[in-house]
Every structure is written in C-alpha cells, then in structure tokens.
Design a protein around this ligand. Structure first.
Ligand code: QAP
Ligand code: CO
Length: 178
C-alpha cells in the first residue's frame, strides 16, 4: 500500500469530473486500498479519488467509531432522498475549516463494488451526508461552494498562504484535533 497526496482547495484539479469506471481489475483495487490508507492516516471519514488527483468515480468512507468498517463505492448514484438537515462539514481538501451545509438526512443509493457487481442500499445521518459530500467531489464540487463567496474567498486565501509556507493544518502531525 502507499499513501496518496491529497489536493487542497483552491487547487484546480479538485474541479475535475470523475470518469465512470468500466474496468474492475487489481489496479482499481490498489487505488481503493491506497485511498483507504490515506483516509485513515489523515483521520478522515471519507475520501474521493478526485481529491488525490485521480479523475475516476470512486469514493471510500468509514464513519464507524472503531475505524474498521471501510466502504468502497464505485460509480455511486443517489436514487432517492428525503428530510433536509443542516450539517457542519469539513473536508480533507479544506483542512481546518468547517461550515454548515444543507443536505438530506436519508438517501437511497446505487453503486458498484470492486468486482463490478451492482448494489443498492439506504443510508441516514452521518453516512448519508458523507456520501452526498463525496459524490459532490466526483462532480468537481466542494462544500465551500455552498457558502458565501466572501467566506469561500477568505478560506481560499488562508489556505493558499498556509500552503505556500508549508503550514497546511495536518491532524497526522498534531496530537490535538484541528
Ligand atoms: C466529509 O470529511 C464529511 O479539517 C469527510 O484538519 C465531513 O473526512 C462528510 C478532516 C463531515 C460529512 C460530515 C478535516 C481531517 C477530515 C479537517 C473528512 C482536518 C483533518 C474531513
Ligand atoms: Co471532502
């Protein structure tokens, strides 16, 4: 396994749209495993391939307390949604910043697994919000796109400055949570 480099807002590569996956081979499994390793190391609950500069429609998620319930979703599609909620979100590509976003509390979704088998499932709460957030990444969309332009620009400028100084907030390196 190897860890991947996470892109940070406002990197233009985060605006790439992921391509539908048609080949289910060991190369794809390796990317999924590397994404999971990267997500766990970064203390994240979700990571999309677009965030590591790979423009394909794959996301990995683990919202369990024990951090041992990995979920891999390929070509995920939300087929039904209900009950709006406001959720305070963060993102591995926008480290250190959290904002309220309107989402759905209940979703039905379809996807393919690593064998290319079609599946369908329901989710609510944190998992439902996380799937919506990660599918947005596959469409080049970030949670900061839902907040005011003023706030978004402020976050963009702060992250650009921190990036240029090599000081991006990183929970891998600090014992406290950011
Ligand atoms: C998306 O986000 C999400 O700022 C996943 O310094 C977030 O894993 C879905 C993270 C909230 C639903 C609710 C953020 C790690 C991780 C940071 C993440 C940071 C280190 C964010
Ligand atoms: Co994100």
């Amino acid at each position: 396994m190897s860890t991947l480099n996470i892109l940070h807002f406002p990197d233009n590569k985060l605006r790439q749209k992921g391509k539908d996956i048609e080949v289910f081979d060991s190369k794809l499994s390796k990317i999924a495993n590397d994404m999971l390793e990267t997500m766990y190391l970064s203390k994240g609950i979700g990571l999309a391939a677009v965030q590591v500069g790979i423009a394909i429609r794959m996301i990995v998620i683990d919202v369990s307390e024990t951090r041992n319930d990995p979920v891999i979703l390929i070509n995920p599609v939300i087929t039904d949604k209900a009950d709006e909620i406001i959720f305070e979100e963060g993102c591995l590509s926008v480290p250190g910043f959290y904002e309220k976003v309107e989402r759905f509390n209940k979703i039905k979704y379809s996807y393919k697994d690593l064998h290319g088998k079609s599946k369908e499932s329901n989710a609510d709460g944190l998992l439902a919000v996380c799937i919506q957030h990660e599918i947005d990444h596959l469409d080049g969309k970030l949670f900061v796109d839902y907040i005011s332009e003023i706030k978004r620009d402020r976050i963009s400028k702060k992250l650009q400055k921190l990036g240029s100084e090599g000081n991006i907030p990183d929970r891998k390196k600090v014992p406290y949570s950011i």
